[in-house]
Design a protein around this ligand. Structure first.
Ligand code: THU
Length: 132
């Protein structure tokens, strides 16, 4: 699956965003090595702290279905038409580090642009299971 195809799925996932407090809608599409794609959106809460980011929604769906190995994730977000690139928050990067290697691809996009990073680039010198 191409990065652009995965991004189109992330755009669909973004439409499901439950974000009445921030109005900031994020979608993610996570490609597992099994070939399955897991979609996620951000899910907010009146108590704010229980909010779950789109990326973690996608990861937790996958892991809870037994998929533990991943190739890449596409992420798209914004208030209206996404025209800025949205980078994953630190907590989501840490979740990625739990399940993915240094070369896991993080694809950030909007309607015109795609930028691809490796997990190592966006989370250098990370704390992982090999640190324990
Ligand atoms: N959010 C995500 O879903 N993913 C990110 O990478 C950054 C932030 C969500 C959390 C919250 O619902 C909203 O965007 C504003 O922070």
């Amino acid at each position: 699956m191409t990065d652009r195809e995965l991004m189109l799925l992330a755009e669909d996932a973004r439409l499901k965003s439950y974000s009445p407090y921030s109005g900031f809608k994020v979608g993610a599409a996570l490609l597992a090595k099994s070939g399955k794609v897991y979609l996620g959106c951000n899910i907010e809460n009146a108590a704010y702290t229980p909010t779950n980011c789109a990326e973690r929604t996608a990861f937790f769906k996958a892991v809870s279905e037994g998929d533990l190995e991943f190739e890449k994730i596409a992420i798209v977000g914004g208030r209206d038409e996404p025209n800025e690139l949205v980078a994953p928050c630190g907590v989501c990067r840490q979740v990625m580090a739990e399940f993915c290697g240094d070369d896991f691809k993080v694809v950030l996009g909007n309607s015109k642009d795609l930028k691809v990073f490796s997990l190592k680039e966006i989370l250098p010198y990370s704390f992982t299971k090999s640190s324990l």
